[in-house]
Design a protein around this ligand. Structure first.
Ligand SMILES: Nc1ncnc2c1ncn2[C@@H]1O[C@H](COP(=O)(O)OP(=O)(O)OP(=O)(O)O)[C@@H](O)[C@H]1O
Ligand SMILES: [Mg+2]
Length: 156
């Protein structure tokens, strides 16, 4: 089954002489369960593409269908909820909340979605990430790899 379909995607930043065509007519599709890597030189548009697919930024033209849902025909609020529930995005700079513990950082997006995190689900995430012994640590007390795993945005 096709989980992601990108059609004629373009993204232009800026205006006039500052205009940058970061994406020009990009089309591809991915099957469910398929792994893909985006490879290209610095400035070639990798982050721009991922930001659009992750519904963090809007393209100038084109469509993205995720599991059959047209991301950019949704209203912004609807897209935000769709992103929260369906898309995981590991930021290079983690974006953890420094005042919250490992466990609280994992629960935070679930609470933002007005849901009550199940302790058993949180335990499972901690187990999978190998962070059970670090659950009460703050991000500043973790290694780089451990911080990145907390930021994995695991979907339960
Ligand atoms: N907010 C912006 N305003 C104007 N131009 C931008 C903006 N963001 C990115 N660009 C330009 O768009 C192009 C694509 O940038 P992008 O960040 O997607 O590249 P990248 O492939 O992720 O590069 P890197 O490997 O260095 O992270 C670059 O030429 C960049 O200068
Ligand atoms: Mg980049």
């Amino acid at each position: 089954m096709e989980i992601l379909k990108v059609q004629h995607l373009s993204k232009t930043y800026g205006k006039d002489e500052n205009q940058v065509n970061a994406l020009k007519d990009v089309s591809f599709a991915l099957e469910q369960g398929e792994f893909a890597a985006v490879v290209g030189e610095s400035g070639s548009g990798k982050s721009t593409l991922l930001n659009c697919i992750g519904a963090l930024d809007t393209p100038t033209a084109g469509n993205i269908y995720m599991d059959g849902n047209d991301l950019f025909s949704m209203k912004e609020e609807q897209r935000t909820i769709f992103r929260r529930r369906n898309i995981g995005f590991v930021f290079q700079s983690f974006q953890l909340v420094s005042e919250l513990t490992v466990e609280q950082n994992i629960m935070f997006p679930i609470l933002l979605d007005y849901r009550k995190p199940e302790q058993s689900a949180v335990n499972e995430i901690l187990e999978v990430l190998g962070l059970k012994e670090r659950r009460h640590h703050l991000p500043s007390q973790l290694s780089g790899g451990q911080q990145q795993r907390v930021a994995t945005d695991y979907k339960t």
